[in-house]
Design a protein around this ligand. Structure first.
Ligand code: G3I
Length: 333
């Protein structure tokens, strides 16, 4: 009897191990992390299939451009919240959490901001943060408060905010955002900070120092715009873990993996591996609370515009069919 039972157990074990990694329903049901995508209001309005897949697979959304300063206040004092409001309404209707992106970024900045003198600029930045974070108060789970503040060598990027307001602009931005929406988790967000390098070191030191000063910063956003051309970054898990050890959350905020065209099955397999390694690194650290991709379909992606010759960076193809990378993330954990 003992032998038969043992044999039966062994057969079961072998079957379990041999079973292929099976798709486990929507991605959002296969993780305890928030799983999100950047979303564009125009596609949400115009494309039913896009809306359907987004709604089915994800439980968090990040407006791709709709909450950027250049979108909401291109002309001083004239606000356009149409895109942002549409996404917030969609999220409300479908029960999605929202990542706000972004309160302060040197890019997609309205022209009129660039020419202001320091004192006026400070007031305008403060007002912008108060107005935008205040408008969506209570509706945003996490805000990318400051985006892309560092150069690759870890020095501060010489943005209009840095050069005119000095180092303290970052702490101020977090304090103003916290005053406007006290429950939102406030993040600093950047690219090329996935692994251990000079830029992630600088981010680490800044967060450590801000926490010591009691500045309300609650998270580090790791964009994770990867490319098969540059290899997989070193030390992603260690890097996430060291941020978490500072007492803050970590989020993967803009993941995508660019492929040098044309697409081949081998490249799709490598892409799946890159996505999977970031996903696993996030799941290895308790405080890595979110995995968001920068768009979900190759039908719409910022990549080909900015990196000619590269593309197909998302989890779904142009016809919204799941790619190997999707299956890699969506196997049973
Ligand atoms: O809205 C105008 C439209 O009216 C005009 O006809 C068209 C002509 O080019 O441009 C449209 O604006 C474009 C906008 O996306 C909306 O589609 C801008 O030119 C274009 O520059 C802008 O690109 C965005 C980019 O940020 C700006 O730097 C991308 O969609 C967006 O994916 C990208 O996202 C950034 C994150 O915010 C921060 N991290 C990096 C990431 C990728 O660059």
């Amino acid at each position: 009897m003992r032998t038969r039972l043992a044999a039966g157990t062994a057969v079961l074990l072998v079957l379990t191990l041999a079973a292929p990694a099976s798709a486990a329903g929507p991605l959002k049901h296969n993780t305890t992390r928030w799983v999100g995508s950047a979303v564009a209001a125009q596609h949400l309005a115009a494309e039913a299939d896009y809306r359907k897949v987004l709604t089915r697979e994800f439980d968090s959304v990040t407006p791709e451009n709709e909450m950027k300063w250049g979108t909401v206040e291109a002309v001083r004092g004239q606000y356009d919240w149409s895109g942002a409001d549409a996404i917030v309404a969609y999220a409300g209707k479908t029960g999605k959490s929202i990542r706000g992106h972004t309160l302060l970024w040197h890019s997609q900045l309205p022209d009129w901001v660039g020419g202001l003198e320091a004192a006026e600029l400070r007031g305008v930045v403060r007002e912008h943060i108060a107005v935008e974070a205040g408008r969506f108060r209570g509706k945003i789970r996490a805000w990318d408060v400051v985006n892309e503040a560092f150069n690759e060598d870890g020095t501060r990027r010489q943005t209009v905010f840095q050069t005119k307001l000095g180092d303290g602009y970052i702490a101020d931005a977090f304090r103003w955002a916290h005053a406007a929406d006290p429950k939102a988790k406030l993040y600093i967000n950047d690219y090329n900070v996935e692994g251990l390098n000079a830029k992630s070191d600088a981010t680490y030191e800044l967060v450590k120092s801000l926490r010591r000063q009691g500045v309300p910063i609650h998270g580090v956003g790791i964009q994770a715009h990867l490319s098969l051309m540059y290899g997989f970054p070193e030390g992603v898990r260690e890097n996430i873990a060291r941020f978490a050890a500072l007492g803050v959350d970590v989020a993967i905020t803009e993941a995508d993996v660019r492929i040098p065209l044309p697409v081949t099955p081998e490249k799709l397999a490598s892409q799946a591996d890159y996505f999977g390694r970031v996903w696993d690194a996030c799941h290895a650290v308790k405080r890595c609370v979110e995995f968001t991709t920068w768009g979900f379909t190759d039908r719409h992606s910022w990549v080909p515009d900015v990196f000619p010759g590269e593309g197909a960076a998302c989890l779904f193809d142009e016809n919204l069919r799941p790619k190997p990378a999707y299956h890699r993330l969506n196997r049973h954990r």
